[in-house]
Design a protein around this ligand. Structure first.
Ligand code: GRF
Length: 201
């Protein structure tokens, strides 16, 4: 469990979450930071108009923005939207497209991702969702877990902020391992972001 010292101070932060799919991690953030005076979840952005993450955001009253490949890679629409909303920190939560260099440069050290395995193993292009859990089981790993890391121009290679392990059971299927890992994600991702945004007085 992460310690939450009494003297933890968070400066005002406006967060944007990027998600491509279900958005269960995004929802964990909406819940965790609901009513927080310092950390506001200001926007949910998605490349996928059908992403369930968008419905979850609407339920929590979080504004949503969608964009297509052309807008993301060949225009400054996303960056200017982030600037208009004074976004200070970006959380990637199941966002499947590679982040353009302009966004990375503008949010250096201010953009994090979560990966459902213990990096540097089982990361890189194509390693997402069930592909990760399948690879972990096929490699006969005894443990897996979550990795929260800064985002750089290379997939899954930024500095690691936090890892938490869990057992891989002999009878595990990718789905049962995914379930165990998802629980860790929902518990730790918002807490770790809060701690990352904190300074000690
Ligand atoms: C999570 O497993 C996360 O580790 C990975 O994508 C998945 C997103 O799940 N980056 P959800 O959309 O938050 O439910």
């Amino acid at each position: 469990m992460l310690q939450k010292p009494d003297n933890l101070k968070v400066t005002n932060q406006n967060l944007a979450i990027f998600a491509s799919g279900s958005g269960s991690n995004a929802e964990a953030f909406f819940k965790y930071f609901r009513g927080n005076k310092n950390i506001n979840i200001c926007l949910l952005l998605s490349n996928n108009k059908k992403a369930f993450a968008l419905r979850r955001a609407e339920k929590y009253g979080v504004p949503t923005v969608t964009f297509d490949r052309h807008e993301f890679y060949e225009t400054d629409r996303v960056l200017s939207t982030l600037k208009e909303h004074h976004i200070s920190f970006i959380v990637l939560a199941g966002f499947l497209w590679k982040i353009p260099i302009e966004l990375i440069e503008n949010y250096q050290g201010k953009m994090v991702n979560i990966h459902p395995a213990l990096l540097p193993k089982f990361g890189g292009k194509g390693m997402y969702g069930m592909h990760v859990h399948k690879a972990v089981i096929e490699a006969d790993e005894k443990e897996s877990g979550i990795t929260i890391h800064y985002v750089t121009e290379n997939y899954d290679e930024g500095e690691i902020i936090f890892q938490e392990k869990c057992e891989v059971k002999p009878a595990d299927l990718p789905e049962t391992l995914a379930e165990r890992i998802q629980k860790l994600e929902h518990k730790f991702y918002p807490q770790v972001v809060e701690k990352t945004l904190s300074v000690f007085q």
